[in-house]
Design a protein around this ligand. Structure first.
Ligand code: TRP
Length: 332
C-alpha cells in the first residue's frame, strides 16, 4: 500500500506558489495514493502567531485544499493539533534525533537568523515534529519541494535509528516524491527570490484570495525587462522575471514553457501580461469563489476537519501504541 502525507503551515496568506508548487499536484496524487493532507498548526507556532489569526488561517488552508480539488471523502484532511499523536511521537523523536543532526538543518539557520539564542526550542525541534507527522501514519511517500528535502532526509535517519535502536522494523524509510509537474514560482518583484508569504510587498505575490482586479493589477506591475518574449527557452536565460511569468503561464494552462513561447514569442510584455491575467482569473477565479463560500460557512470547514481528525486518529492510534510498546512505556 502506498500512503502519502503532506502539510502546509497556516501562516499568512496562501499564494500562487503554494498552489502551483504543492497543492495542485496533490490533486493528481490523490488518485494513486491513500492521501493524508494536514494543516500543520503546531509547526506554525514555532514562531509567534496571533491566536485569532491562527484560527482563521487554519480554516483558510483547509478551504484552499478543498477549493483546489482535494476530495475530503477520498483523502483525509485535518489539522495537526487535533490528533495528539503528533506531539506524542515528536517527543519520542526528540529523544532519537541527535543534537548534531538538528544543528545541520539549514532551515533553522535561515529562520533563526542572527537571533539563534532567542529562537524557540520548537523551531529547533521542528524537523522532529515533521518526522512524527509522516511516521505517525507510516507514510511511504512524501511530496516535497526542494526546501524540504533535508527535513525528509532527517525523517529517514530517525526511522532508521529508531528501528536499529529497538531492533524492530517499526517504521518505513519514507521516499520523497519529486514532482515533475511542480512549479517553482518566484516573486513578481524579483525573479531570483521565491514567491513568499513573508515578503513585505503584497505585489510580490498573487494570493489565492485576491480578486480579479487585484490579480490584474499585480500582473500589470510585475517586474519584466525591456525585450519582447523570446520564441525559445534559450532566450529566457538570465531573464529571471520573464522566465517566471512564462513558467506560471505554462503551469496554469497545463502546458509547457516551449508551447507557451511558441505561441507568445515575439510579443511585448504588455500583451503577454494581458493573456496571463485572463488565464489567471480563469483558473483562480472559481477557486477563489469556492474558498470564499467555504470561509463564509466555517461550520462546514470545521465539520470536515473534525471528521478528518477522526479518520487520522484511527490510523495513528494503533501505530502510536506500537511505538509506545516498543519503547517500553508501561500501558496504563
Ligand atoms: N515543513 C513543511 C513546510 O514548511 C510543512 C510540513 C510539516 C510537512 N509537516 C510535514 C510537509 C510533513 C510534508 C510532510 O512546507
Amino acid at each position: 500500500m502506498k500512503r502519502i502525507f503532506s502539510g502546509v503551515q497556516p501562516t499568512g496568506n496562501l499564494h500562487l506558489g503554494n498552489y502551483l508548487g504543492a497543492i495542485r499536484n496533490w490533486v493528481q496524487l490523490q488518485k494513486d495514493y491513500e492521501s493524508i493532507f494536514c494543516v500543520v498548526d503546531m509547526h506554525a507556532i514555532t514562531v509567534w502567531q496571533d491566536p485569532a489569526e491562527l484560527t482563521r488561517t487554519t480554516r483558510e488552508v483547509t478551504a484552499a485544499y478543498i477549493a483546489a480539488g482535494i476530495d475530503p471523502e477520498a483523502c483525509i484532511i485535518f489539522h495537526q493539533s487535533a490528533v495528539p499523536g503528533h506531539a506524542q511521537l515528536a517527543w519520542v523523536f526528540n529523544c532519537v534525533a541527535r543534537m548534531g543532526w538538528l544543528n545541520r538543518m539549514t532551515q533553522f539557520k535561515e529562520k533563526a537568523g542572527k537571533h539563534k539564542e532567542n529562537a524557540s526550542v520548537g523551531l529547533f525541534a521542528y524537523p522532529d515534529l515533521m518526522a512524527a507527522d509522516i511516521l505517525l501514519y507510516k507514510a511511504t511517500h512524501v511530496p516535497v519541494g526542494e526546501d524540504q528535502k533535508q527535513h525528509l532526509e532527517l525523517t529517514r535517519d530517525i526511522a532508521q535509528k529508531f528501528n536499529n535502536d529497538f531492533g524492530r522494523e517499526v517504521f518505513p524509510i519514507t521516499e520523497p516524491l519529486i514532482l515533475g509537474t511542480a512549479t517553482r514560482v518566484m516573486s513578481l518583484r524579483d525573479g531570483s527570490k521565491k514567491m513568499s508569504k513573508s515578503e513585505t510587498s503584497d505585489f510580490s505575490r498573487i494570493n489565492l484570495r485576491d480578486d480579479a482586479d487585484l490579480i490584474a493589477q499585480k500582473i500589470r506591475k510585475a517586474k519584466t525587462d525591456p525585450e519582447p518574449l523570446p520564441s525559445e527557452i534559450a532566450g529566457l536565460e538570465n531573464r529571471p522575471e520573464a522566465a517566471n511569468l512564462v513558467g506560471i503561464f505554462a503551469a496554469l494552462s497545463d502546458s509547457t514553457r516551449e508551447a507557451v513561447l511558441a505561441e507568445h514569442g515575439g510579443q511585448p510584455f504588455s500583451a503577454f501580461k494581458q493573456s496571463l491575467t485572463d488565464l489567471s482569473v480563469e483558473v483562480l477565479g472559481p477557486m477563489n469563489a469556492e474558498m470564499n463560500r467555504l470561509l463564509a460557512n466555517p461550520d462546514e470547514i470545521d465539520a470536515i476537519l473534525k471528521r478528518g481528525a477522526e479518520r487520522a486518529q484511527a490510523i495513528a492510534g494503533p501505530i502510536l501504541d506500537e511505538v509506545y510498546e516498543t519503547v517500553g512505556f508501561l500501558r496504563p
